[in-house]
Design a binder for this molecule. Structure first.
Ligand SMILES: [Zn+2]
Length: 289
């Protein structure tokens, strides 16, 4: 879905409400408080009355659109713009595109990212799984003690990515306490990979030593110029390129607090790039589905 289609399919607030109602309830509105289906529509206010608990409610209760004063069409447009922005979209750009102020655009962006969270994705990676680390955030500054060092040993937050090579399914997260220790890496492996049905491919970082006791492990030799069979981490590396371009280009400085949300955003787009109904799929998640 692109923004032209959004304008055409949802020209009014009412059309947006109808769509959300259909996504949430299909044809049977259900009280958001007591779950009763004994309801009466109040079409003038775009609300429903519950005949059981005698309250009125709107389809947006308990969703990212709750308590919004903004037109739903703008929310729909924002969602569409974010889903289609391969390298992300800054709050400033979003503000210009949907004509809201920058703070509002920032809040909308963060709400939409809630719907793009990796949390709740329990499916473990199998087959050949590439795993790699990188450091994100903050341009290197001179004289800031370690901050301008490249690679391991910097104070930038380390991020670990894992990808199932055949499906491209990607998981990434900021490493706990910013420590790329064996213990933290092992914990990430156990959490995200089906260790009985996968082969891990990593670089030669010593934090991975010992992982072969857990599961089959191939190591990439970066001193060799050719790719040695399966032993490469090119898929993760192309994700890092995209993520870094996005973060540097659109989001400039990202604080550690929000970094996980941006990482989730990039994983979400990457993992769902072939979903033709991604707009509706994501709306459903935004509705708590
Ligand atoms: Zn009720």
């Amino acid at each position: 879905m692109n923004i032209i289609e959004i304008y055409q399919k949802f020209p009014t607030e009412n059309d947006c409400i109808k769509h959300l109602e259909y996504i949430r309830w299909k044809d049977q509105p259900r009280c958001v408080y007591c779950k009763s289906t004994k309801t009466t529509p109040l079409p003038k206010e775009n609300r429903h009355h519950c005949n059981n608990c005698n309250t009125t409610f709107k389809v947006t209760v308990d969703t990212i659109f709750h308590h919004t004063h903004l037109d739903l069409q703008k929310w729909f447009l924002a969602l569409c713009l974010i889903l289609n922005a391969k390298k992300g979209i800054s709050a400033r750009q979003l503000a210009r595109d949907i004509k809201v102020n920058k703070d509002t655009a920032w809040r909308i962006g963060m709400k939409v990212r809630e719907a793009m969270t990796q949390q709740g994705q329990r499916q473990l990676l199998t087959g050949i799984v590439e795993m790699d680390e990188t450091y994100i955030g903050g341009k290197p500054r001179k004289g800031s003690g370690g901050y301008n060092k490249r690679g391991r040993g910097t104070k930038k937050p380390p991020v670990v990515g894992m990808v199932q090579r055949d499906t491209g399914n990607f998981k990434a997260e900021v490493v706990k306490n910013r420590k790329l220790s064996s213990k933290n890496l092992m914990a990430l492996v156990r959490k995200n990979i089906d260790i009985n049905n996968a082969t891990l491919v990593t670089d030669q970082y010593r934090g991975y030593i010992g992982i072969q006791r857990l599961m089959p492990h191939k190591v990439v030799d970066h001193t060799v110029w050719y790719v040695n069979g399966d032993a490469h981490t090119n898929t993760v590396e192309s994700f890092w390129t995209l993520l870094k371009r996005g973060i540097i280009g659109q989001y400039h400085k990202v604080s550690l607090r929000y970094l996980p949300r941006y990482i989730d955003e990039f994983c979400y787009r990457w993992n769902n790039r072939q979903d033709e109904n991604l707009f509706t799929t994501t709306l459903l998640k935004a509705m708590g589905g």
